[in-house]
Design a protein around this ligand. Structure first.
Ligand SMILES: [Zn+2]
Ligand SMILES: [Zn+2]
Length: 87
């Protein structure tokens, strides 16, 4: 149960919509041949080809993951190695 382990605000079922749009983002990038990956350190999906995150941050200003997330996936993470995992 690693993926989505930091699902904040489990209030209501609104989370499902978020999850779906993230998946759609991933699919649309994948379908164009882009490299999408999951990053453990920030608990978020990103497209390495576009160099952008595919998930919006959560609303917790003190979140251990989102508050430390760099603007661009490449700016703090070493390419495809280490923390990146295939979706
Ligand atoms: Zn992309
Ligand atoms: Zn967060």
């Amino acid at each position: 149960m690693l993926v989505g382990s930091h699902a904040h605000g489990a209030e209501g079922q609104g989370k499902k919509a978020d999850l779906k749009s993230t998946k759609e983002h991933i699919d649309s990038h994948e379908s164009r041949g882009h490299k999408t990956r999951y990053n453990h350190r920030f608990d978020a999906f990103a497209c390495l080809t576009c160099d952008e995150w595919l998930e919006s941050k959560c609303h917790d200003p003190f979140c251990n993951y989102c508050s430390k997330r760099p603007k661009k996936p490449s700016s703090e993470v070493d390419g495809e190695n280490g923390e990146w995992e295939l979706c």
